[in-house]
Design a protein around this ligand. Sequence first.
Ligand SMILES: Nc1ncnc2c1ncn2[C@@H]1O[C@H](COP(=O)(O)OP(=O)(O)O)[C@@H](O)[C@H]1O
Ligand SMILES: [Mg+2]
Length: 367
Amino acid sequence: MHSTEPTLPETPEPLLRVNGLTRAFGGRPVVDDVALQIAAGQVTCLLGPSGCGKSTTLRMIAGIESADAGQIWLDGALVQDGPAGLAPERRSIGLMFQDFALFPHLSVAQNVGFGLKGDKAVVASRVGSLLERVNLSGYGEKRPHQLSGGEQQRVALARALAPKPRVMLMDEPFSGLDNRLRDGIRDETIALLRAEGTAVLLVTHEPEEAMRVGDEIALMRAGRIVQQGAPYNVYNAPVDRAAAAFFSDINVIKGVSRGALTETPFGSFLTPGHADGAGVEIVIRPQHLKIDLDRGGRGPAPTPLEGTPARGTVVRSRYLGRESLVEFAMDFEGQHLTASVPGVFLPKPGTVLWLMMRRDRCFVFPG
Ligand SMILES: Nc1ncnc2c1ncn2[C@@H]1O[C@H](COP(=O)(O)OP(=O)(O)O)[C@@H](O)[C@H]1O
Ligand SMILES: [Mg+2]
């Protein structure tokens, strides 16, 4: 395959490796040249908006959807090469979906042991230890409808773990659970998979979920992975405006770069690498706007870190529990900006305040 690639013996072969994976439906590319690598015990989240091709990617890796082009290796073995591939049951994978797809007419124990072959007593003992591992000892004889959503989810996990897969593929498996239940079940599930040394690919459209569980985030858009890295890096060094906006609300200040500087109502920004006369967008998340009081028509003094303050009038304040959102109409061009502050800070509409932009928290993109 890649005989020209140098081999690096100190890097262990990842359990899942995907290269150039591509699929079109009706001539429309839905997955376009996707590459991924996941090591043992590592969790990668495939994150992106609805319809961007996440499930199709996961289904191709599982072998339940064929590929137009690309390769998939599982545990070092080539299982897919273009349209040719191994059947799903011959890949060492576990699958979990949002609808747990438990068999309603089978008991919990029968559901967990469904894919296991061999001696009855051996299967029974394996099922018992799986149920113990997901904290459902004593539930074996119950039917799925007698269980809560969280318990059903744990049965689905036990069933997926039964054949000892090296790679677990999860497609929004927690989105059917209500919020408070979800965090606990998700953390337990992921901790268990990590402890087993399973490589996990988790599909989600929720940035918070991806940041919470992922060692790596692969950010997907319109069939392509646009950025991949640790949550910290993807959040703090987005590749473009849309990548920044996927994780939170953003504020955008427009300007024009001249001599590697862009003048704005918040002072001048260094914009190296942007041609003279090129439009630039300076992007900042609401929590990185700093608010200060008006002192008889004047704001705080400019600083190197925060630049020049700009004045605005409060339009709306909302308390969201963890934070408060304050929306401003700025003096300059009446542009609206939103600042987020921790705790309760609810200035009345009409209040005049000053905003500053933390320079180390701004992203500069071509306009
Ligand atoms: N079997 C199929 N036939 C035709 N179009 C499909 C099929 N499966 C998925 N698609 C389309 O491919 C795009 C990506 O779908 P999907 O992979 O399910 O996205 P996601 O999981 O990110 O929401 C969507 O526009 C969807 O309608
Ligand atoms: Mg999907």
